[in-house]
Design a protein around this ligand. Structure first.
Ligand code: CTP
Ligand code: CA
Length: 233
């Protein structure tokens, strides 16, 4: 899609996109993190702006990516920072898309100084759970009668011995309570640190739309098309 070929169907909408991956510091030089590049979230933000939306992009550790044109970019590091920025921007947003890979856990303590190695084995790293920002968004919306906000989650899933990718994704959609869940199948060179994405858009009403392997911009277009058709109903 070229920008000038995109519809201006998101004019007047305020959207929030989170992108990248949060990192939880262990000490001043080390962190727990993940491999999200932020490219999918940036493609979503860029596409929404091109379609006329007012976009806030909450960006966690996406240093290699240039700010998309005409997008308000808020840089964050930890899950706590991402959570604050997302909730602030989401308060008056029409659509919130959580494309960021949010760290599920953080170290219980954060050392003030660099942890030094000694002759002894290191202490184990104690972890505690982070808040689920997506679930909090759904909960916050529940507290606003008549809210028309649309909430979109992302999930990168692998199949395992018990269930396939779609089984996991359907359960996650139900658990999270969001309107759409965009599912990427991971493994075999898909999703992380690549240019292309494939998957499904699952809707809370049971609709399941496959997304063919294509660019992250093409996937962004599919995601916004799904969100806009949901809002038209
Ligand atoms: N998410 C979030 N806050 C968290 C964890 C995840 O907002 N603490 C959001 C992600 O941005 C994504 C969606 O929830 O949009 C699904 O994330 P995922 O990690 O797939 O879900 P989890 O519930 O953490 O399940 P899993 O055990 O598979 O990691
Ligand atoms: Ca997770």
């Amino acid at each position: 899609h070229r920008a000038d070929a995109l519809p201006r169907d998101m004019e007047g909408l305020r959207v929030v996109v989170s992108a990248g991956g949060t990192r939880e510091p262990l000490d001043p030089v080390r962190y727990l993190g993940n491999r999200s590049s932020g490219k999918q979230g940036y493609a979503l933000a860029r596409t929404a702006a091109q379609r006329g939306a007012r976009v806030t992009l909450v960006s966690a550790h996406t240093l290699a990516l240039p700010d998309p044109a005409a997008v308000d970019v808020v840089k964050v590091g930890t899950t706590a920072e991402l959570r604050d920025a997302v909730h602030k921007a989401a308060a008056d947003a029409d659509v919130v898309v959580m494309a960021a890979a949010v760290a599920d856990f953080r170290p219980v303590t954060r050392a003030e100084f660099k942890i030094k190695k000694t002759d002894r084995d290191p202490d184990p790293i104690g972890l505690t759970r982070n808040p689920d920002v997506l679930a909090e968004l759904v909960e916050a919306r529940r507290g606003v009668p008549g809210s028309t906000q649309t909430i979109v989650g992302f999930a990168a899933e692998t199949g395992d011995s018990g269930a396939d990718v779609l089984d996991h994704a359907r359960a996650k959609l139900a658990r999270k309570g969001c309107d759409l869940l965009v599912v990427n199948a991971v493994g075999e060179g898909k999703a992380f640190e690549t240019e292309d994405n494939a998957g499904w858009v699952l809707a809370a009403d049971g609709t399941e739309q496959p997304i063919a392997l294509g660019s992250k911009s093409a996937m962004a277009t599919e995601v916004w098309d799904s969100a806009m058709s949901l809002r038209d109903r």
